[in-house]
Design a protein around this ligand. Structure first.
Ligand SMILES: O=C(O)[C@]1(O)C[C@H](CCCOc2ccccc2)[C@@H](O)[C@H](O)C1
Length: 170
């Protein structure tokens, strides 16, 4: 059985490497996704990636991971956008960005699809402004990684892949 991980990045993470490098480092989102894909591949796991600045689009993508929504019909070679149907991941690695601190909707979507997830933050949110200490996801995450820079993504991918090995034998 092919094991898949869905990597989701939230608002403003498309600016990685282009703004505030003193907080988020020099790596771009493309660098992060390439690093994560290489890490997943080395562990025999397929990686799907998604980034959006919009809460509803992130909720839609989470729902699609469970087979809900237009792009998950198994009978479609391609959907009306010409995109191939999405295959379902067995784990989600998510950096919700600032939505970490505000979004009940993303919490509800993750709980609804019942797919194990790992929460990632590039910065150490606990060493920043007080409002960044609050997460709507952490109590339901399998694990939380923060403060490791972009290597937090590879740590999360490795954990998710090993977690998959325990819950979905090959
Ligand atoms: O440390 C993280 O990964 C964060 O999730 C990043 C969020 C911000 C998204 C990235 O925003 C950028 C803004 C300018 C340049 C690069 C990234 C922030 O709101 C969270 O508290 C912690």
């Amino acid at each position: 059985m092919t094991r898949r991980i869905l990597l989701i990045n939230g608002p403003n993470l498309n600016l990685l490497g282009r703004r505030e490098p003193h907080i988020y480092g020099p790596a771009t989102l493309a660098d992060v996704e390439a690093l994560a894909r290489d890490q997943a591949s080395s562990l025999g796991v397929e990686l799907q990636t998604f980034q959006s600045n919009h809460e509803g689009a992130i909720v839609d993508r989470i729902q699609e991971a469970a087979g809900w929504g237009p792009r998950t019909r198994s009978d479609a070679a391609v959907d009306h956008h010409g995109a191939a149907p999405l295959t379902k991941p067995s784990a989600i690695v998510i950096n919700p960005g600032a939505l970490t601190h505000t979004s009940v909707a993303i919490r509800d979507a993750l709980l609804a699809v019942d797919i194990p997830f790992v929460e990632v933050h590039v910065s150490n949110v606990h060493a920043r402004e007080p409002f960044r200490k609050q997460s709507y996801l952490s109590d339901k995450a399998e694990a939380i990684v923060c403060g490791m820079g972009v290597y937090g993504y590879t740590a999360a991918i490795e954990f998710a892949a090993r977690y998959l090995k325990t819950v979905e034998p090959e």
